[in-house]
Write a protein that binds this ligand. Structure first.
Ligand code: MTE
Ligand code: MO
Length: 331
């Protein structure tokens, strides 16, 4: 594999996420590859191996089989400003390697454990210092925001130093904030994940964790154009393991900020606590901005491993989105 490509130098300086479309593997190629894998019967071998383990939970043969039913939505136009400088991560790799502690700590097994998690009907509650508090049905919400739907290819960097490049479908989180209409007292949003202990084996397995999972953004971060309220990935609704039916994606921050399966957005005055910062304040700060110069206490953050190729890339400040977001952090 080649070294990471640089942005071409053009007359009008492109934003750094603008790179040749050819550097991103088109979705069609991966679909082809999936068809080849199916023809070889590799999927069946995997299913057979899983069936041998007596006490293992039933494994769906296809990680995308965990995609819940959702009303059909037209394809979202891809926003050409957002491409990445590395090949897209194959869909099946991303769908089988997940952090979602509600379903256990084994990233390779999350997709096998999410089947009982009900994601429809789904209500998101807006609360706190805003003029339009209350619950909204997610389908209703998405109908209201349909005009802003688009697909964006983002780099995604976990604090554990793995990374991927995936196409998300969603609407700018700012659209949700606009709909809530925050009052002047609001300085931050507090974000909360659903909690269904019966369907989430990781909750009982880790009783010391402060469930439900909760995160936060400053209001200026929440309305930054890069912050995305994602409802889909690879052109279809989010599978459960990626945070169905809707999640946050903040590409300049470590992955733990991108909270999944969102049920509550609360407009608050002052910095709220966050899940990982409460558990290990010396390891995970509240801002969670990607910074190669600040090592995690137990590992370096200067490089990252691509989950598809195992290739290592240098990590960039703000995950390469510094030209867009660094201004949020001056002073
Ligand atoms: N509710 C919830 N959201 C979560 C997490 C989690 O454990 N619970 N893990 C976070 C972390 S650490 C990462 S890296 C990303 C992983 O997203 P992915 O599995 O879709 O790649 O989800 C984030 N959102
Ligand atoms: Mo992460």
């Amino acid at each position: 594999m080649a070294a990471p490509r640089r942005a071409p130098i053009l007359i009008h300086t492109p934003p750094p996420w603008r790179l040749p479309e050819a550097s991103v593997t088109p979705r069609a190629r991966w679909l082809d590859r999936r068809a080849v894998v199916r023809r070889l019967g590799l999927g069946l071998i995997g299913a057979g191996l899983a069936a041998c383990a007596d006490d293992a939970p039933p494994r769906p043969a296809d990680p995308l089989a965990t995609t819940p039913e959702a009303p059909p939505r037209p394809p979202a136009p891809r926003d050409p400003r957002f491409t990445a400088d590395r090949p897209l991560t194959p869909e099946r790799v991303a769908a089988r390697y997940n952090n979602f502690y509600e379903f256990g700590t084994d990233k390779d097994a999350v997709w096998t454990r999410v089947g009982a998690f009900a994601t429809a009907p789904w209500r998101l509650t807006l609360a706190g210092h805003c003029r339009n508090p209350g619950p909204i049905d997610v389908d209703d919400l998405l109908r209201r925001l349909a005009r802003s739907r688009q697909e964006r290819v983002y780099r995604f960097r976990c604090v554990e130093a793995w990374s991927m490049v995936v196409p998300w479908t969603g609407v700018p989180f700012a659209e949700l904030v606009r709909l809530a209409d925050p009052k002047v007292e609001a300085t931050h949003v507090r974000l909360v994940t659903a909690m269904d202990a019966a369907a989430m084996p990781g909750v009982a397995a880790q009783p010391w964790m402060p469930w439900p999972y909760f995160e936060s953004l400053r209001l200026d971060e929440a309305v930054h154009p890069l912050a995305l309220l994602a409802t889909g990935i690879y052109g279809h609704p989010l599978p459960r393991q990626h945070g169905a039916p809707l999640r946050l994606v903040v590409p300049w921050k470590y992955g733990f900020k991108s909270i999944k399966s969102l049920v509550r957005v609360e407009f608050v005055a002052g910095q709220p606590r966050t899940f990982w910062n409460s558990l290990a304040p010396n390891e995970y700060d509240v801002l969670g901005n990607v910074d190669p110069a600040v090592p995690h206490p137990r590992w370096s953050q200067s490089t990252e491993r691509d989950i598809a190729t195992d290739e290592r890339f240098p990590t960039r400040p703000y995950n390469g989105y510094g030209d867009q977001v660094a201004g949020l952090y001056v002073g």
